[in-house]
Design a protein. Structure first.
Length: 398
């Protein structure tokens, strides 16, 4: 039998191994791939690239400089013309080197790419259980660590063991960057003790197309069995290797995004991960709102379960909007300010007012940017950011 959605052979399975489409009409209540895709777009974090007009103007300026001082520019490897002339140009593979040992991070890996396959789906021969899903996540992670630097594996192991995350795959990442990621996770989990037990994995990924820095995905279809109606999934954060393994490109993009107001002031190459963890915290908050227990299986026949309601709410962003409205009312009550709801949100950053493809506000981006702002700027963060983070913490720790 072939899948009616993607055309790939299904080999008698209830769900297409390639796209997750339901093959058996008895299970047409949920199309797993549509569920998974439905939860991802509002959590993708893009970087703001320069407009075409800006690039043209800069290109003219650079052309003049070249005419005046060609030799100087040709000899200057760190010249801004690499960024200005082509913001997607990748000119360095220095981040594929373990500088402490001089060894390459992984053989057969192209510069700017990770060897970790973040899109694998497993077909299980036995009924899906939480234990089986967790073991599969760990096995998948460990199988793909061959050839990774010892120091990176040590950092990954500390992340897994200290913060109850099932898997970490950062193989080609710069050692210092991996250490900063560990510090960020430590900060998050110490400041939000109830944040444990939900996140399955953090990894690099070869994300194609667009200008995505990273994304948080509460539902990633990961395992299924033709023996039952249970689907195993992982909750994860994926870091785009195009940026995380090309630090010069990353630094330039972040600098522009912060200077233009797309991100909060003082954004760094480390801080977008904080933004993604804010989505994760917001997901925990909505689970607490519904008294939902974290789990790693999805029963397609039980649409009214608390955890399923929490997932749908997270995607519709009803609770995200409720939290922002609560923060907005708190702010007005404290200050007597008369600013509008949108003015309150837009004071944080341009990305705090992000919209989806339908033109609807993505309210959870407001929360993520508020958290991003407070992490970066502390007491100097925007008042709106501090009010929103206070409400977020209330729901995460309830």
């Amino acid at each position: 039998m072939y899948c009616s959605k993607c055309g790939q052979p299904t080999n008698g399975a209830k769900f297409c191994p390639n796209c997750g489409n339901s093959i058996n009409n008895d299970y047409s209540v949920v199309n797993l791939q549509s569920v998974q895709n439905y939860y991802q777009p509002n959590n993708i974090q893009p970087v703001q690239e320069k407009s075409m007009a800006t690039q043209i103007i800069i290109g003219v300026v650079i052309s003049c400089i070249i005419i005046i001082a060609t030799v100087v520019i040709l000899l200057s490897k760190d010249s801004n013309n690499v960024y200005f002339s082509d913001d997607n140009n990748i000119n360095s593979n220095e981040n594929n080197i373990d500088e402490s040992s001089g060894e390459t991070s992984k053989k057969d890996t192209a510069p700017g790419e990770t060897s970790y396959d973040y899109e694998t789906v497993y077909t299980l021969s036995s009924a899906t259980t939480e234990e089986v899903v967790a073991q599969t996540i760990v096995s998948d992670s460990e199988m793909q660590k061959e050839g990774c630097p010892k120091k990176i594996i040590e950092i990954e192991n500390r992340i897994v063991n200290n913060y109850e995350i099932d898997a970490a795959n950062l193989c080609e990442l710069d050692i210092d960057f991996a250490l900063e990621i560990e510090k960020i996770i430590k900060f998050i989990y110490e400041d939000f003790p109830n944040a444990r037990d939900y996140l399955s994995q953090i990894s690099l990924g070869n994300i194609t197309g667009g200008s995505t820095i990273a994304f948080f995905q509460p539902v990633n279809y990961f395992t299924y069995s033709d023996q039952d109606s249970l689907i195993g999934y992982r909750t994860r954060i994926v870091l785009n290797s195009e940026y995380y393994l090309n630090l010069n490109k990353f630094k330039s993009s972040i600098k522009y995004s912060s200077a233009s107001g797309h991100f909060p002031p003082n954004a760094t190459i480390y801080s977008p991960l904080v933004h993604e963890f804010a989505h994760y915290l917001s997901f925990i908050a909505v689970n607490n709102y519904y008294n939902a227990v974290p789990q790693m299986i999805f029963d397609i026949t039980k649409q009214d379960a608390p955890y399923i309601r929490a997932i749908y709410d997270f995607n519709s962003m009803e609770h995200s909007k409720r939290m922002i409205e609560e923060a907005y009312n708190n702010y007005k009550s404290k200050t007597g300010a008369t600013i509008s709801f949108d003015e309150f949100r837009s004071s944080i950053s341009g990305y705090a007012m992000a919209k989806d493809n339908m033109g609807e506000y993505i309210y959870d981006e407001t929360i993520a940017e508020a958290f991003h702002d407070v992490y970066l700027n502390g007491d100097n963060a925007k008042p709106a950011s501090k009010e929103i983070v206070a409400v977020l913490k209330k729901y995460v720790e309830m």
